[in-house]
Design a protein around this ligand. Structure first.
Ligand code: GLU
Length: 412
């Protein structure tokens, strides 16, 4: 992960959108500046009594269209610049899907796999208490991201609630169901990636049934995307995790059962590939669902897929993007393809506000409705303005935030 590049890429994408929309220099100033940044030291007492200090961040990039919203990432290479870039992407993602949110992101520079459960809990709680003054259901609502899950959200919700003196389920989304989580939130990002894949294939005149897919990453996004794609009749031929890729498994559930039992992907009958070989497989669809910058100027050259659907945030560098476009590969950009997560986070927040739980069908129907609307708008914009889908998605998101700025006016 080259963190500087995620930041520069996000700014370059914004600059392009501002120019393509014909916005002013004043608009560029208001849109390109993160509104609130908090950097905190997070002390952790390890189980062996040693105290270690970690850097934590929360960036509220925009609150113009509503409370800021975005995940909390635990990853050793996270830094302030990358957090800003990811918070900026959340802003356009929420605007593109018309959710009443701004954008945020947070995280701790830590390798969560080195922590015991108790250490992870202490770190999560201390981080929550450090950022507590700036979060809340009306201010900023964290959620899971790389390296965090519903268990972290439960601890965050509890820490906030204990300090408030009453239960505040709406302070985070992606919680366990019994604490006010939403049905369908766990699989939502992967479900959205699968819907985007199916629709992109249809638009390219390829029958989704029997179409082949390679997925880089077998975490919260990659796994659920694989499950949903298989249910739609596609053939998932290869997946990878940090240790490399495998091909030749019977189906996703066989691979998953093996993974749960053995903590590796080497199920019986599979062959190993490198991560790069996975990217270069001759498949209909490639889904990068790991970290940023996996499709670069170097790795993009050998990509043979007809469609790339970005499950991860910022998986493609500008050089990689240019190469994919030159090859005529359709790229469904991150802020559209992986928006299912924050869409169902929105449903969770609404359910918490109303103390009224939806059933699974209501979640699925509304996810499909909101995602398909954004999908069709991006396709129309790309066609009418003769721009890439990434440019179209950014134009739609950025235009909505710019309009909201104009209507609210500048105080004082
Ligand atoms: N971390 C996810 C994302 O990047 C979800 C954010 C949320 O649900 O607030 O979109």
């Amino acid at each position: 992960m080259t963190t500087e590049s995620a930041f520069e890429t996000a700014r370059a994408q914004l600059r392009t959108a501002v120019d393509q929309l014909g916005l002013s220099e004043n608009d560029w100033q208001t849109l390109s500046t993160p509104r609130r940044i908090l950097e905190v030291a997070v002390p952790l007492r390890r189980d062996n009594d040693k105290v270690e200090m970690y850097k934590g961040y929360r960036v509220q990039y925009s609150t113009t269209r509503g409370p800021s919203k975005g995940g909390v990432r635990f990853h050793p290479q996270i830094d302030l610049e990358e957090t800003i870039a990811l918070a900026m992407l959340m802003t356009w993602k929420c605007a593109l899907t018309n959710l009443p949110f701004g954008g945020a992101k947070g995280g701790i520079a830590v390798d969560a796999s080195t922590l015991s459960v108790r250490e992870n809990e202490r770190l999560t709680r201390r981080y929550t208490s450090e950022i507590l003054p700036i979060i809340g259901p009306e201010r900023d609502i964290p959620a899971p991201d790389v390296g965090t899950d519903e268990r972290n959200m439960a601890w965050m919700m509890d820490t906030y609630s204990v300090n408030a003196g009453f239960s505040v389920p709406g302070v985070v989304t992606g919680k366990p169901i019994v604490l006010g989580g939403s049905l369908g939130r766990n699989s939502a990002t992967g479900d959205g990636v699968a819907i985007s894949t199916r629709e992109a294939l249809r638009m390219r005149g390829i029958n989704p049934v029997g179409a082949t897919v390679a997925i880089q990453g077998f975490g919260k996004v990659g796994y659920w995307a694989a499950v949903a794609l298989e249910n739609m009749g596609l053939k998932v031929v290869a997946v990878s995790d940090v240790n490399g890729a495998v091909i030749g498994f019977e189906n996703v559930s066989q691979l998953w059962s093996h993974f749960l039992a053995h903590k590796n992907l080497n199920a019986p009958g599979t062959d190993r590939l490198s991560n790069l070989e996975l990217l270069h497989l001759d498949v209909d669809v490639l889904i990068p669902a790991a970290l940023s910058d996996s499709i670069t100027g170097l790795s993009a050259v050998g990509i043979k897929a007809k469609i790339v659907v970005e499950g991860a945030n910022a998986p493609t560098s500008p050089e990689g993007d240019a190469i994919l476009n030159d090859k005529g590969i359709l790229v469904v950009p991150d802020i559209l393809a992986n928006s299912g997560g924050v869409i169902v986070s929105y449903f969770e927040w609404v359910q918490d506000k109303q103390n009224y739980a939806w059933d699974g069908d209501e979640v699925r129907t509304n996810l499909n409705r909101i995602l398909m609307k954004a999908f069709n708008e991006v396709e129309e914009m790309a066609t009418s303005r003769k721009v890439t889908w990434r440019e179209a998605a950014h134009m739609l998101g950025v235009a909505r935030v710019a309009e909201a700025h104009k209507l609210r006016g500048l105080y004082p």
